[in-house]
Ligand binder design. Structure first.
Ligand code: OGA
Ligand code: NI
Length: 391
């Protein structure tokens, strides 16, 4: 086989002191201290039943491969403090009244500079569609295992990919989460390739999210001082990757995470979350709760928008805590063509550059950026993949 190797730096606590331990996790390393871990991961993967399968089997303790270093779950989160809450932007009337629209451009711009995150209400997607989307995701995970297993794969060229933890073998700890995903645009999958229990709503919801995405791209373009169509004309709204997550109830939520700290690698993300909560954003070094708000959608700037805006907008790290009352369901729609081959290059937008604001990044294709970002797994060394593209 090849000669690739995996070296990781683990932060471990011994006698109350945090230390960094280097490990060689290459497959060729016969003294690999994680040999057992690798076979535990493989056994888990082979069940094709995900984390839900463990819970259904009645486990009462979280297996070791899911254990996070304690400092990664620390409880210092802030909620209910107005100074530390994600902005909520009301999009009512955005298409009718130029004064309202100007106000929204300001709010979207401010939120994208300062937080990288905001929620939108009156966004035009009917509540019934949001509810049906969450129900569809639940139906997929809760269906007969033998049917669901047919979709279990790590081959991302498949039209529908269901598995648990895309970075299962490279991440430092497994997340308490299962996921299925599909690239819904620009080339929608064939209807028969989508799961029968949720295909209609996946198609309907992705159309609605694309409309909302186009509106957001207009507001973001204007907030950058560009023509409304600028980001759309750069094809930032062309691809839509839909990730449907399922976070089963966790018997020891203080030991695991639902999703480790990461930033999203597309242009913009539209996230639908249910009523359970657990999503947190890292702001001024504090974890801030993103409270579930009925009917609202969470919007965040992704790495590629930070790159093309030359750091005007920020792609902010976030995570999901494990919960004891789940299942929690969420749907993350990334505006991105993901790993689809596409030669278009993205770099800092020329119109934004000047002598005082020189380009901070080199150009990349979406595919190269996503492959680099996903190749590292979530929160493996604590740094942003954007650094790799910095000039
Ligand atoms: C993601 C993500 C948050 C959630 O898919 O990138 O951050 O609430 N999801 O599931
Ligand atoms: Ni995310």
């Amino acid at each position: 086989m090849g000669t690739w190797s995996i070296r990781v730096e683990l932060e471990v606590e011994t006698g109350g002191k945090r230390q960094v331990r280097k490990e060689d996790r290459s497959p060729s390393n016969t003294s690999n201290p994680d040999y057992d871990r690798t076979s535990e991961l493989k056994a888990f993967d082979d069940t094709k039943a995900g984390v839900k399968g463990l819970v259904d089997a009645g486990i009462t303790e979280v297996p070791r491969v899911f254990h996070q270093p304690p400092y990664k779950i620390q409880k210092t989160s802030v909620s209910g403090d107005a100074h530390f809450s994600i902005p909520v932007i009301d999009l009512e009337g955005v298409k009718k009244d130029p004064i309202t629209r100007k106000d929204m451009v300001d709010k979207v711009g401010k939120a994208s500079r300062k937080w990288g995150f905001f929620q939108v209400i009156n966004h035009g997607i009917p509540v019934s569609i949001l509810e049906e989307m969450k129900d569809g995701v639940r139906r997929f995970y809760e269906q007969d295992l033998e049917v669901k297993k047919q979709y279990y794969t790590r081959d991302y060229t498949k039209p529908l990919v269901y598995n648990s933890n895309f970075d299962l073998y490279t991440g430092l700890a497994v997340n308490w989460r299962d996921t299925f995903l599909s690239l819904m645009a620009p080339n929608p999958p064939k209807m028969e390739d989508l799961p029968a229990l949720c295909r209609d709503i996946m198609v309907e919801y992705s159309k609605q999210v694309q409309n909302l995405g186009n509106l957001l791209l207009e507001l973001l373009s204007e907030a950058l001082g560009l023509k409304p169509d600028h980001l759309k004309d750069m094809d930032c709204g062309r691809g839509l990757a839909m990730l449907c997550h399922y976070y089963p109830a966790c018997p020891q939520p203080e030991l695991a995470l639902g999703t480790s700290k990461h930033a999203d690698n597309g242009f913009v993300t539209v996230l639908l979350q249910d009523h359970i909560g657990g999503l947190q954003v890292l702001h001024e070094d504090k974890w801030i709760d993103v409270p579930p708000t009925p009917g609202a959608l969470v919007i965040n700037v992704g790495d590629l928008l930070q790159l093309i805006s030359n750091d005007t907008f920020i792609s902010v790290e976030h995570r999901v805590l494990a919960n004891s009352v789940g299942p929690r369901v969420s749907v993350a729609c990334f505006f991105s063509t993901n790993i689809m081959p596409d030669s278009r290059l993205y770099g800092p937008i020329k119109e934004l550059l000047s002598e005082e604001n020189p380009p901070k990044y080199r150009e990349t294709t979406v595919r190269d950026y996503v492959l680099f970002s996903n190749g590292r797994g979530l929160d493996v060394d604590g740094t942003s993949p954007l650094l790799h593209f910095r000039l």
